[in-house]
Design a protein around this ligand. Structure first.
Ligand SMILES: Nc1ncnc2c1ncn2[C@@H]1O[C@H](COP(=O)(O)OP(=O)(O)OP(=O)(O)O)[C@@H](O)[C@H]1O
Ligand SMILES: *[C@@H]1O[C@H](CO)[C@@H](O)[C@H](O)[C@H]1NC(C)=O
Ligand SMILES: *[C@@H]1O[C@H](CO)[C@@H](O)[C@H](O)[C@H]1NC(C)=O
Ligand SMILES: *[C@@H]1O[C@H](CO)[C@@H](O)[C@H](O)[C@H]1NC(C)=O
Length: 443
């Protein structure tokens, strides 16, 4: 990071010049650092203004008012508004109306989310506008929900196989839906993120669990989110120990004499399982186009979970996004998803040429497994082999080369497994259960 020697390239000019250049460089870097920090500070103060406890509580109060008036409903409402079983903790995020709140629901830490703070800001369900509309049957709801899902995920949903698990539940209901139920469901379906989580709920452990909802707010499990500035990307100190009364911590695989290094290896393994899972286990490949520590989180059992899916696309939508007009390859980069420019047609290829694995190697694994960061342990042969594998993985696009992708994935997998087995006090066989986990999303 710090380049103090840069000014010394022209060493023959004399020590004095060199020193002065170094000094100026240091001054420049310091100034730059102060400037950056100032920017971050200003940004924080502007936005924290909106993310206050007062405002957040007001937002939740408005949800409850609407609930009492019968405008909205959900399985969380009773606990939130009447039984007072949802304890507000703090505001995590607020921008452009998107509200993310930490709370405790019956002792379990949860995160409450909504894309817009007010229920009235969501488009209303148009069929509800007709006062004398006949009562909608569950089958109609399934139909509309399916259209909405198709729209937001960019999937061609075949009639015979709508997201089955979900629609099954809707269909099994005997009684018709109330207005509040329909309006609430509709507001949730307008949040692409909710739709995404909900559809993949029972199919993937690498997607955050939705625990309940009230109106336009839905509760997801509280996880340990990643941070670029954290030494291990995920705060490992936050692991372990029940988070509140009644929260039964799952049996902890990675504690009790197990080093931080081991935990990092386990998390890396989970990343690899996630990559394989997103590649193979759905009827369409899932592309992650914004890969950074902040968009992932870990559970207590060290499974990696995608928490920000704004930039996650199934293959059909990915192709639509990539197919752009272009004059050079530079025009074909969509965040972390890139394709090549066909200069004859001036069109970007619809196939992505890099892969989730490559970007994860580049943006996550490199942080953990780079020669400079390892210091004393760099000498261990397995560590060195791992560093080299990560390097290869990060530097080869490999999206089109399935064989290379397989090989590098396998190499990383076996190195990490070996490293874990070699470490003292290790229970064997863990982490591999996930490999056998298979889910078929038949959309
Ligand atoms: N399940 C969770 N557990 C703990 N923290 C969470 C959870 N979900 C979100 N967060 C925190 O809330 C913040 C905002 O959430 P989220 O990523 O959904 O917002 P966003 O609008 O998608 O953010 P971005 O601007 O990065 O796209 C995240 O940075 C994360 O730290
Ligand atoms: C939400 O509703 C409140 C009160 O009705 C209002 O003050 C606020 O401006 C609304 N926010 C948005 C984003 O519409
Ligand atoms: C879907 O299939 C059902 C019967 O299986 C049929 O009644 C309905 O019209 C079909 N819907 C569409 C949009 O094709
Ligand atoms: C892309 O190029 C085609 C012709 O080559 C043109 O008709 C079309 O409008 C362009 N699209 C965009 C988004 O610029």
């Amino acid at each position: 990071m710090w380049p103090p020697r840069r000014g010394c390239v022209l060493r023959w000019l004399g020590q004095r010049i060199c020193r002065r250049t170094t000094f100026l460089f240091a001054l420049f870097w310091f100034g730059f650092w102060v400037f950056l920090n100032g920017l971050v500070f200003v940004h924080r103060t502007i936005f924290s203004d909106f993310c206050t406890d007062d405002k957040s509580k007001q937002v939740l109060q408005r949800v409850c008012e609407d609930y009492r008036q019968g405008v909205l409903t959900g399985d969380l409402c009773e606990d939130l508004c009447v039984a007072r079983q949802v304890a507000y903790k703090r505001c995590l995020y607020y921008e452009n109306g998107k509200k993310v709140i930490e709370a405790e629901w019956r002792g379990v830490p949860v995160v409450l989310k909504s894309k817009l703070e007010n229920f009235s800001s969501y488009e209303s369900f148009s069929l509800l506008e007709y006062q004398d509309a006949p009562e909608l049957s569950p089958m109609d709801i399934v139909f509309y929900a399916t259209l909405e899902i198709k729209n937001s995920l960019g999937l061609e949903v075949r009639n015979a196989s709508v997201p089955r698990l979900w629609s099954q539940r809707l269909r099994e209901r005997g009684r018709p839906y109330s207005r509040a139920e329909l309006a609430s469901l509709w507001s949730l379906l307008q949040q692409e993120e909710y739709t995404f989580f909900k559809v993949l709920q029972d199919l993937s452990r690498h997607v955050v669990k939705v625990l309940g909802s009230c109106g336009h707010f839905y509760a997801v499990e509280y996880l340990i989110a990643g941070h670029a500035w954290d030494q291990n990307l995920f705060s490992l100190e936050d692991l372990g120990g029940p988070r509140g009364p009644g929260a039964d911590a799952p049996p902890s695989p990675g504690r009790g004499g197990v080093t931080e290094r081991d935990m990092v290896h386990r998390i890396a393994l989970s990343f690899l399982h996630m990559v394989r899972h997103f590649e193979n286990d759905f009827s369409h490949r899932l592309h992650l186009c914004d890969i950074k520590p902040e968009n992932f989180a870990i559970r207590q059992d060290l499974t990696v979970v995608a928490i920000d899916v704004d930039m996650a696309f199934f293959e059909p939508k990915m192709r639509d996004i990539l197919e752009q007009n272009c004059t050079s390859d530079d025009d074909c980069n969509f965040f972390d998803c890139i394709s090549k420019c066909d200069t004859n047609k001036n069109k970007c290829g619809s196939r992505r040429i890099n892969s989730n694995l490559q970007v994860i190697c580049d943006k996550i694994f490199r942080h953990w497994f780079s020669p400079t960061l390892l210091g004393a342990r760099a000498g261990l042969p397995l560590q060195v082999a791992l560093q080299r594998a990560v390097q290869d993985c990060a530097e080869t696009a490999g999206g089109e080369d399935a064989e290379f992708n397989q090989a590098i994935q396998h190499r990383l997998l076996s190195l990490l497994t070996q490293l874990l087995q070699d470490s003292p006090g290790q229970r064997t066989g863990q982490g591999d259960t996930e490999g056998r986990y298979h889910a078929a999303l038949n959309l």
